[in-house]
Design a protein around this ligand. Structure first.
Ligand SMILES: *Cc1c(COP(=O)(O)O)cnc(C)c1O
Length: 377
């Protein structure tokens, strides 16, 4: 098999020690053997989330935690604010509508971030709004939103803040408690360096008060059931035993590196990618770019979908194309989780070869030089 490199915003390359934990013989989840793993995983999650609140784990992809956040805090007819500046912001709107919650949709131009002023104006004009749904790093556009400022402002109101940090958690700064975020949701297959299959949600006391009143239908994703079990180091249903054992290893890797260092590493990689792109005559799509995923505009004369195909088939490098209105217009490179300096050099090297093959006119090697310079700074 060809040597492969994943530069996608999930799934990501998983470190060998995490894969090895996935391959351990199964243990039973309702036996004393499992409890230390479950406790260690939960402590690890609290560290990565930077919270003292419970972080619940569900077997499912990240979207399961998003859905859980909607159905456990709201009731049909409730109003909520959603922000649409990309595919994942739209998901909040769709999930609200699916359960009879009425979203007030704030549209922002793709590639830009919502301002705190707009959220707060809308909240003041609609004081019955129960929840504000945000996206820390909008993976479809590569945009970073200032949820720190926004969530601290929301904390002064009766509404709760809910942040999709599925691609951001463990890569981009996200301080759940200091920023007063009521619910942060995440998934296993991004910066947490695990295979897909776990969804996470942290829940503040303010959010728990809404949980008690929420009337949206739910069963498997019930926070009430999960919180009750969590208090006894247990889960209401069979947990992803192997994933949770692997999570213990991944969380320990993050703790050993130190979360501040993990964020700084992602910042260095993101900056190097952006500088390399500019040096190759390319343009970064996002006005306020995240370090998680870099969306790069496809040059006018080039077939965007062919870039990803050549990278994959010729170089074993998987990046992501554009989604929805950005299909064929951008390509996205993620440096998430177990990514290091030389990964950036590898992907920029492969991109140099691919763009040259496709006839893009640029100074060969300039991207590599810029990347190496940024990485050595
Ligand atoms: C990946 C991603 C999701 C979806 O997660 P799934 O695990 O595919 O359900 C949601 N939001 C953001 C920002 C993401 O990057």
């Amino acid at each position: 098999m060809k040597k492969r490199h994943l530069f996608t915003p999930g799934p990501v390359d998983v470190p060998p020690e995490v894969l090895a934990a996935m391959a351990e013989p199964l243990i039973h989840h309702r036996a004393p053997d499992f409890i230390p793993y479950f406790k260690a995983a939960n402590e690890g999650l609290k560290y990565v989330f930077q919270t003292r609140n419970p972080v619940l784990t569900f077997a499912g992809s990240g979207t399961a935690a998003m859905e859980a956040a909607v159905v456990n805090t709201l009731s049909p007819g409730d109003r909520a604010i959603t922000v649409e500046g990309g595919k994942f912001g739209e998901r909040w709107t769709e999930q609200c509508r699916a359960y009879g919650v009425e979203p007030i949709v704030l549209e922002v131009e793709w590639g830009t971030a919502i301002s705190c002023e707009r959220i707060m104006e809308t909240l003041r004009a609609n004081p019955d709004v129960k929840a504000v749904f945000l996206t820390l790093t909008e993976t479809s556009t590569g945009v970073l939103t200032d949820v720190e400022t926004i969530c601290q402002a929301i904390a002064e109101t009766d509404a709760i803040s809910v942040v999709d940090a599925i691609s951001a958690l463990g890569a981009e700064r996200c301080l759940t408690d200091p920023w007063q975020i009521d619910i942060v949701v995440a998934g296993s297959q991004k910066a947490l360096m695990l295979p897909p299959g776990l969804a996470f949600a942290s829940i503040s006391p303010k959010a728990q008060a809404l949980v008690a009143k929420s009337k949206c239908p739910k069963y498997y994703l019930s926070f009430e059931k999960a919180l009750k079990a969590f208090a006894k180091d247990d889960t209401p249903f069979t947990p992803g035993v192997s994933h949770i054992r692997a999570l213990c290893v991944a969380a320990k890797m993050i703790r050993d590196e130190g979360i501040e260092n993990v964020w700084a590493r992602h910042a260095r990689l993101g900056r190097a990618l952006r500088e390399a792109a500019v040096a190759m005559g390319l343009k970064v799509f996002a006005k306020n770019p995240s370090n998680v995923v870099t969306a790069i505009e496809v040059p006018a004369a080039i077939d965007g979908e062919k870039i990803t195909k050549i990278l994959r088939d010729k170089h074993g490098v998987t990046i992501a194309g554009g989604q929805e209105q950005l299909k064929g217009k951008v390509f996205r490179i993620a440096t998430l989780g177990w990514a290091n300096d030389l990964d950036v050099v590898a992907v920029i090297g492969a991109l140099d070869m691919t763009l040259a093959e496709m006839g893009h006119s640029f100074e060969r090697g300039a991207g590599l030089a810029a990347a190496v310079r940024a990485l050595s700074a």
